[in-house]
Design a protein around this ligand. Structure first.
Ligand code: HSE
Length: 307
């Protein structure tokens, strides 16, 4: 039995559209083993409405992709899934399934593919690198998907950095959220984002959190998506007013993220109170950064990170 623990991720971080991502300490567990015949996918009862348990399941599709590449034909497969990452909320649930499925399949066959090959397969399946890379290697990642490979750098983030996730109780698919974006971007808007991406990465890794309210600003995707996020203006204004360091739409939404340092308890409580007066229902949770990334577990616990 192969068991992997794969983190949630938040992508874009404002201006870093399709490039920047951060891994979070919220995990799905994927267990896989070869059986004599058939496909058996087990999910907890409460997830059966939302997660497919047939050949359309995304973890299975990722495993199948790897088996095709290495020309392996399993007799049968058993897949057990424990999903803690909420689905279609901008927290990298698809990337976790893809990254976890590929690594689990590779481990099942004693690692025929190298880490870089897994990354490339994963990024092409997800369409971009910004959730896949932090899911695999953790921390803050900057990545580009090229024709045949992925180029990236992973940076560890300071431990005092935390993310306040404001998660609405509805799904928002990335596919639909991408259809909202314009085909072309004016040069001044591209320049606006480029300068903030540089400031953002440098400020995050050096703990210059005072720059983050400016560095998380974006003109490429958030302006086109915010009208579909209930209470976006009220929530983001309130977050800044009560002292978050910066805030942004997590991936393609609908989760809104606030960046916090260690002094966060009052901000969390105040936000819960504020949100309770709105019609839309939200779950609020403070998440630590996961600097480790995906782990392959053994019976004693971790069998090492995915480096
Ligand atoms: N960069 C992608 C987007 C992330 O914003 O569409 C999806 O999670």
């Amino acid at each position: 039995m192969i068991r992997v623990k794969v983190p949630a991720t938040t992508a874009n971080i404002g201006p870093g559209f399709d490039s920047l991502g951060i891994a979070l300490q919220l995990y799905n567990i994927i267990e896989v083993e070869e059986i004599n015949f058939g496909l058996e996918i087990n999910v907890p009862v409460e997830d059966r409405m939302h997660i497919e348990t047939n050949e359309h399941n995304l973890v299975y599709r990722a495993m199948k992709r790897l088996f095709e590449v290495v020309d392996f034909h399993p007799k049968g497969l058993r897949i057990n899934l424990i999903n803690n990452i909420p689905l279609a909320r901008g927290l990298g649930s698809s990337a976790a399934c893809i990254a976890g499925g590929l690594v689990a399949a590779n481990k099942l066959l004693n690692d025929p593919l190298k880490k870089e090959e897994i990354m490339y397969l994963a990024a092409t399946m997800d369409g971009h690198t910004d959730n896949i890379l932090p899911a695999l290697v953790g921390g803050l990642t900057v990545g580009c998907l090229l024709e045949n490979e992925v180029k990236y750098v992973k940076m560890n983030l300071p431990p005092q950095l935390k993310l306040l996730a404001i998660i609405p109780d509805f799904h928002f698919s990335t596919k639909k959220a991408r259809l909202l974006l314009p085909q072309n971007v004016p040069v001044e808007e591209a320049v606006f984002n480029i300068s903030r991406v540089g400031l953002l990465v440098a400020s995050l890794v050096t703990a210059h959190f005072e720059n983050l309210s400016e560095a998380t600003k974006d003109k490429i995707h958030q302006p086109y998506r915010k009208d579909f996020i209930p209470n976006w203006e009220e929530i983001t204004s309130k977050l800044i007013k009560i002292g978050v360091k910066g805030c942004f739409l997590s991936g393609s939404g609908p989760t809104i993220m606030g960046i916090l340092d260690e002094d966060y308890k009052n901000i969390e409580n105040e936000m819960v109170k504020f949100l309770s007066h709105l019609e839309q229902r939200y779950k609020v949770t403070v998440l630590d950064v996961c600097n480790q990334g995906l782990e392959v577990l053994n019976d004693e616990g971790s069998n090492g990170c995915y480096r």
